[in-house]
Design a protein around this ligand. Structure first.
Ligand SMILES: Nc1ncnc2c1ncn2[C@@H]1O[C@H](COP(=O)(O)OP(=O)(O)OP(=O)(O)O)[C@@H](O)[C@H]1O
Length: 281
C-alpha cells in the first residue's frame, strides 16, 4: 500500500507543483492519476521512488515513511517506466532489461534468463534481445521499458505516460497487453496519463487531478463515468461534448448496433432494457 499524507511540493525556483495531496493506493491494484499537463502528476509519481522529495507531508509504503529510506535502495525495488522508455542506447535490449537485477547482484546468466521470460510476457520476440534500442520500433521500445520495469520483480510499478509516444493503434495494443500482464502479475501500479480512455481502460481506481495536484474526483472508472463530480470532470470525460455518448440502431439480423458520438459502430447488443431511448433510422 502506498500512502500520500498531505504532501506538497514547491520546487527551488518557487513553482508550487502540488499544494496538499492525500491518497491511499491499495496493493495489487492499478491506480491512475489523470489530469492535464502541469497538474503535478509526474511530481507525485516521483515521490514514490524519491526522485522528488515532498516539501512537506509524508509518503509511506506499507506504513514506512520514505523519508528514512535511502533513494538508491528504494529505486532498485520499485519499477519505473517512462514515456520515452528511457532505455540505455548503447546496451543491447537483453542487457537493458537485466540492468536492475544485475545491480542487485543477480548473475548475468540468471538475469538474462529472467529477461527472456519477461520479453515473452510483454510479447517481444526473443531474437530482439541482441538488438540495440535504436533498432526497435517505438512500440517495441515501450515493451522493453515495461519488461525492464518488471525485471527486479518489484511489488510497485510506476508508469509515467509510458505509451504516450506511440501511435494510437500501438498504444491500444500496449494497453491491452498491460491489462493482460496485470491480471497475471497483480502489481501495485501507479500510472500517470492525460488520456481519459487510457485511464478507463487500465485503472481499477482513477484520481482526476486539477492544477496543483488538487483532487477533482476519485473513484472506479464506472463511478466516474456514471457520476462526474463536477463540470471539470464532465468536460474531461467529454460527456458534454457528446464524445462519450452512444446510440443504438436495430440490426436486420436481430439485436442492436451500438454507435459512438460520431456515428461509428463500436459494438453490438443482443437486446436493450425496456426504457432505453433509441435512435432508430
Ligand atoms: N524541476 C522542476 N523545477 C521547477 N518546476 C518544476 C519542476 N518539475 C516540474 N515543475 C513544475 O511543476 C508543475 C507540475 O509539473 P509535473 O511535471 O508534475 O506535471 P504533470 O502533470 O506531470 O505534467 P506533464 O503531463 O506535462 O508531464 C509544472 O508547473 C511544472 O512546470
Amino acid at each position: 500500500m502506498i500512502e500520500f499524507r498531505h504532501v506538497a511540493k514547491t520546487y527551488p525556483d518557487g513553482t508550487t507543483a502540488v499544494e496538499d495531496f492525500s491518497l491511499t493506493v491499495p496493493s495489487h491494484t492499478a491506480t491512475v492519476l489523470l489530469g492535464s499537463s502541469g497538474c503535478g502528476k509526474t511530481t507525485l509519481l516521483r515521490m514514490v521512488n524519491r526522485m522528488v522529495d515532498p516539501s512537506s507531508g509524508q509518503v509511506l509504503i506499507d506504513d514506512e515513511d520514505l523519508a528514512g529510506v535511502p533513494p538508491v535502495a528504494l529505486r532498485r525495488r520499485i519499477g519505473y517506466v517512462m514515456q520515452n522508455s528511457g532505455l540505455l542506447p548503447h546496451r543491447r535490449v537483453i542487457d537493458n532489461i537485466a540492468t536492475v537485477p544485475r545491480l542487485n547482484g543477480v548473475s548475468t546468466r540468471q538475469a538474462h534468463s529472467r529477461a527472456h521470460e519477461l520479453m515473452e510476457l510483454v510479447g517481444l520476440d526473443a531474437a530482439l534481445g541482441s538488438r540495440y534500442p535504436g533498432q526497435l520500433s517505438g512500440g517495441q521500445q515501450q515493451r522493453v521499458g515495461v519488461a525492464r520495469g518488471l525485471a527486479a520483480d518489484p511489488n510497485i510499478l510506476l508508469m509515467d505516460e509510458p505509451f504516450g509516444a506511440v501511435d494510437p493503434v500501438v498504444r491500444m495494443e500496449l494497453q491491452r497487453e498491460l491489462g493482460r500482464i496485470q491480471t497475471e502479475v497483480k502489481k501495485t501500479i501507479m500510472f500517470v496519463t492525460h488520456d481519459i480512455d487510457e485511464a478507463l481502460a487500465l485503472g481499477d481506481h482513477i484520481v482526476v487531478l486539477k492544477s496543483g495536484g488538487e483532487v477533482a474526483q476519485r473513484g472506479t472508472p464506472q463511478e466516474i463515468v456514471e457520476a462526474p463530480a463536477d463540470d471539470f470532470v464532465a468536460q474531461f470525460l467529454g460527456v458534454d461534448s457528446g464524445q462519450r455518448s452512444l446510440q443504438t440502431r436495430p440490426r436486420p439480423s436481430g439485436g442492436y448496433t451500438v454507435l459512438d458520438g460520431g456515428g461509428r459502430p463500436v459494438g453490438v447488443l443482443d437486446g436493450l432494457p425496456a426504457d432505453t431511448p433509441r435512435s432508430d433510422p
